[in-house]
Design a protein around this ligand. Structure first.
Ligand SMILES: [Zn+2]
Length: 214
């Protein structure tokens, strides 16, 4: 919702030179539809090519993000310092993933930071057997282990030619979120229909109404 109380879809305001898009609660909300841990971290900065919207704005938000990506931090690990470290890793991950998408070369500092984070060993994945069947254990992580998981997820994505070929950038002019298109024909152009897809539909409708006022 905006200050005026009306819902503002992502990207409302039109492309190139239009009024500044409103920042709604939906715009500020965390994203868990990037297609993986690293891309979900990258998506904690919205509208990075315009007026960026910081969605990872403190330890509370970090806790919510961890919940959304099904990881658990050790007691006391969700600190401002970890938020700052994750933001640095996020920008390096964005640089690497967007370079992968465009076929360009990321900054050496981005590659070095991802490698440095991945160097630390995260806990081994583990199954647990219970009355309902097997479940994947969620050991509590240190901040360093969380950064390692994110970095390793990004490296695994870059190493997999099939998944890497599905990297896309949302066509929403203000959004431009990176996501993995896992649909069979890979013709998805929006990060989500509910967000940018609907905004584009509404903009087309407004355009038609303006062209044909009768
Ligand atoms: Zn989008």
């Amino acid at each position: 919702m905006t200050e005026t109380g009306t819902p503002a879809p992502e990207g409302a305001g039109g492309a190139g030179g239009g009024p500044r898009p409103r920042v709604s609660a939906l715009t500020r909300s965390l994203r868990f539809d990037g297609g993986g841990l690293a891309l979900d971290l990258v998506a904690t900065l919205g509208r990075r090519h315009g007026d960026p919207v910081e969605r990872l704005d403190g330890p509370g938000r970090l806790g919510a993000w961890c919940e959304g990506v099904s990881v658990r931090l050790e007691e006391g690990e969700a600190t401002e310092a970890l938020v700052a470290e994750l933001r640095l890793l996020r920008e390096a991950a964005y640089d690497v993933a967007s370079a992968g998408l465009r076929g360009t070369v990321p900054a050496l500092t981005s590659v070095a930071l991802v490698n440095e984070c991945a160097h630390h060993e995260p806990p081994a994945p583990r199954l647990e057997s219970g009355p309902e069947g097997v479940v994947v254990a969620r050991p509590a992580l240190t901040g360093r282990q969380l950064r390692s998981l994110v970095a390793r997820d990004l490296i695994a994505l870059m190493a997999d030619p099939v998944r890497r070929a599905g990297l896309r950038e949302c066509a929403g002019p203000h959004c431009r979120m990176l996501y993995l298109d896992g649909t069979p024909g890979r013709r998805r152009v929006w990060c989500s229909m509910r967000r940018c897809g609907n905004s584009a539909k509404a903009a087309r409708h407004r355009g038609r109404a303006a062209a044909d006022p009768a």
